[in-house]
Design a protein around this ligand. Structure first.
Ligand code: SAH
Length: 213
């Protein structure tokens, strides 16, 4: 696959669509304009890569819709050097957006096939997360905690306690919560014991699965 002038043009148009839908963060829009999303998808979907839609990837999973990726990324308030935990590596597209924002990314995937494929892909493309981990993100990553922010990219029937515990004070957890549809939810850690919760719109994700390895 190649990244051409035409692809770049389509990415700029996609960024315009996201602006119309309410995305304002310039750095996030810059990531959308830069990252070749078609590289993260099966070649049979290449022609659709710059539509604002989710598409199938390996192991019955999906690459999230660009709007969703942009919305979650914007809610994280990423600053260069932030230590971020991502649950649900999937295609690696969200990871690449966080890397573009100069975060140190730790990413976890529970589907072995996807984990292997995406880890290899990161190497080939020169994307360098701090760690790409095969495992159950429900438990977070206690050995690397605390994090400036945590992003969950699968629908969580309930908020995993471990993830709340692994946030820094002042940190943000962005997680879609719900069984069928999910409400995008932000938990801001005000102090060791206090969290402020804010709810955003409704989204649809593949499920966050617990203990299925
Ligand atoms: N960020 C990804 C989204 C992929 S879909 C992208 O843009 O491509 C969500 C991913 O979460 C799937 O790959 C799924 O296998 C993974 N997942 C589901 N439950 C998980 C868990 N408990 N731990 C880690 N990953 C999980």
């Amino acid at each position: 696959m190649k990244d051409t002038f035409k692809h770049r043009g389509m990415r700029n148009k996609l960024a315009d669509v996201l602006v119309e839908k309410g995305i304002t963060d310039k750095n996030v829009l810059g990531a959308i304009k830069t990252i070749p999303r078609h590289f993260f998808m099966d070649s049979s979907f290449e022609g659709h890569a710059y539509q604002d839609k989710a598409f199938p990837i390996a192991a019955d999973q999906t690459i999230s819709q660009p709007y969703t990726v942009a919305f979650q990324s914007q809610l994280l308030h990423v600053k260069p050097g932030h230590k971020i935990l991502e649950i649900g590596t999937g295609s690696g597209y969200q990871t690449a957006v966080l890397l573009h924002l100069k975060a140190k990314v730790y990413t976890i995937e529970r589907q072995q096939e996807l984990f292997k494929k995406t880890k290899l892909f990161f190497g080939k493309m020169g994307y360098r997360p701090k760690k790409t981990i095969f495992g159950d993100g429900y438990k977070g990553l206690p050995e690397e905690a605390p994090f400036d922010s945590i992003i969950v990219t699968a629908g969580a029937p309930e908020v995993p306690r471990a993830l709340m515990a692994q946030l820094k004070v002042g940190g943000r957890l962005v997680i879609p919560v719900g069984a069928q549809d999910q409400i995008m939810t932000l938990f801001y850690r005000k102090s060791l014991k206090e969290f402020e919760k804010k709810e955003f719109g409704s989204f649809r994700f593949v499920p966050l699965l617990e203990n299925k390895n």
